[in-house]
Design a binder for this molecule. Structure first.
Ligand SMILES: Cc1cc2nc3c(=O)[nH]c(=O)nc-3n(C[C@H](O)[C@H](O)[C@H](O)COP(=O)(O)OP(=O)(O)OC[C@H]3O[C@@H](n4cnc5c(N)ncnc54)[C@H](O)[C@@H]3O)c2cc1C
Length: 451
């Protein structure tokens, strides 16, 4: 039992950001975290002697990004890797046609033009859509208007399905027509050769974080809050809840009194997608040295379709592929070895015997992770962009929510977690928090510790 100004639940990016800003302002803050580590869905596995980011990998677009400014200020190394948001061109991609044959440069150029043309039609269809239209509806209308041959339409249809799966972790027919509105990428994308979790770890260093402490019940009144975690109770004036939308949807925390419709509605309406990663490491590279992505279109890529060359992180030939949406859910029920064998089969259909036996693999299971119950939020049919920001509360002036699902501008990202953590801190403090000063104080503290 202890009494604090603010309790923060969750030590992921949003939680440590909010807690650090509040602590910097002189608040007595405690962070309750169910896991035994900082970072939540930013999870760098270093067991093999090099980093493997099992959760987030990319900053999706560094231009005008305050998250990028923070990474720069903290001098965290990055590598340019611009394809994380499922682009069709721009960087070297080894494309294979529906029969698994390498596509020449002419066919590839036509493919890129085809997708660009239908994407332009899609913008109009989305603008003209009605409530109740899914992303599948608007893509079908755009494809109908394209005038392309049935075979070319089939390949683009498959590509759109995969794009929704990778960006949202959802089946295209479950996503609202506006579900990718916030998906614009400004500038290059980057990954983290030393692991993305350096960001939340450095923000969170020195905070009072109680690990393996799972909040189960939050009782609020206008005077304050009590958070129960097993047999322990923590009291404070206010609480910032950053548990993932999947945990809220599963009812893993009981609220007393129950959440009002203004927050319970968005929790029910927004979707929680599943997006799993499969890293496979080989002794020998069988793809071109300078390729960013290997991609199978049409039938050849029905399940496994895109492999990202992340060898630069470990120095060993390594591909990263994703299983998202329905495949992501099915896949996590299978033994990892079976999943890896299936991925290798798909690669051999493209590269033949050049694909050796993998030397190592990593497979994630975010869909049944007890502390996230999914990978990230998406705009399920029946929800609106407002639902994201409405989810933040506050409720009765004492209960705040933060986390990727509460940030409507670019949900499902690390940036969203960062900005929503700042917003929660600002609401608790009743004033703005300057981000340059925030970064400067982290560095100042680190320098003081080092002395
Ligand atoms: C596989 C994968 C790949 C991704 N790739 C990218 C990417 O490349 N780029 C990008 O920008 N974003 C990516 N994302 C999304 C990004 O990781 C998240 O948006 C972001 O990390 C979420 O931060 P958060 O603070 O909102 O939530 P979290 O990081 O989930 O933090 C919430 C914390 O709450 C804790 N918790 C849950 N329940 C309780 C409880 N009852 N009591 C106490 N603690 C609790 C959890 O353990 C967790 O630590 C990816 C996500 C996944 C899963």
């Amino acid at each position: 039992m202890g009494s604090f100004d603010t309790i923060v639940i969750g030590a992921g990016m949003s939680g440590v950001t909010a807690a650090r800003m509040l602590a910097d302002a002189g608040h007595r803050v405690v962070v309750l975290e169910g896991r035994d580590r900082i970072g939540g869905r930013m999870h760098t596995d270093r067991e093999a002697g090099f980093p493997v980011d099992r959760g987030a990998s990319w900053i999706h677009g560094i231009d005008g990004s305050p998250l990028w400014d923070l990474v720069q200020a903290l001098r965290i190394p990055t590598i340019e890797y611009t394809v994380g948001s499922f682009q069709v061109g721009g960087r070297p991609i080894e494309n294979f046609d529906g029969d698994g044959r390498p596509m020449g440069s002419d066919v590839t150029a036509r493919w890129i033009d085809d997708v660009d043309a239908v994407d332009r039609l899609l913008v109009d269809e989305i603008a003209a859509s009605s409530p109740g239209d899914t992303y599948l509806d608007v893509t079908e209308r755009a494809l109908d208007r394209s005038g392309l041959t049935p075979e070319r339409i089939d390949d683009i249809r498959e590509f759109f399905r995969h794009r929704v799966e990778e960006q949202c972790g959802a089946w295209i027919g479950d996503l609202d027509a506006h579900g990718l509105d916030e998906d614009a990428i400004d500038g290059d994308e980057v990954i983290f050769p030393h692991g993305y979790d350096e960001v939340p770890r450095r923000i969170g260093a020195g905070l009072d974080i109680r690990f393996e402490t799972t909040a189960t019940k939050i009782v609020r009144s206008t005077g304050g809050v009590t958070v129960h975690a097993g047999d322990t109770a923590f009291t404070a004036d206010q609480v910032v809840v950053t548990v993932p939308l999947g945990a809220l949807k599963a009812g893993s925390i009981e609220f007393e009194p129950a959440l009002p419709e203004a927050v319970a509605g968005p929790v029910a309406r927004l979707g929680m997608g599943v997006f799993n990663k499969v890293f496979i490491q080989f002794d020998q590279r069988f793809w071109n040295e300078d390729s960013y992505v290997l991609r199978a279109l049409g039938e050849a890529g029905e399940h496994w379709h895109s492999w990202y060359d992340v060898s630069a992180v470990s120095g060993l030939p390594t591909l990263l592929t994703f299983a998202a949406g329905p495949l992501g859910r099915r896949m996590q029920e299978l033994p990892d070895e079976e999943v890896v064998a299936d991925v290798v089969r798909a690669l051999r259909a493209l590269y033949g015997d050049a694909v050796g036996e993998p030397r190592a693999h990593w497979v994630t299971h975010w869909g049944d992770d007890e502390f996230s119950n999914g990978s990230y939020s998406y705009l399920a049919l029946g929800s609106t962009h407002h639902d994201h920001d409405d989810l933040a509360g506050p409720v009765d002036g004492v209960l705040h929510f933060a986390g990727e699902a509460t940030w409507g501008d670019e949900p499902a990202t690390v940036g969203a977690a960062y900005y929503s953590g700042r917003r929660a801190a600002e609401r608790v403090l009743g004033r703005t928090v300057d981000l340059d000063g925030f970064a400067a104080r982290i560095i100042e503290r680190e320098q003081k510790e080092a002395r």
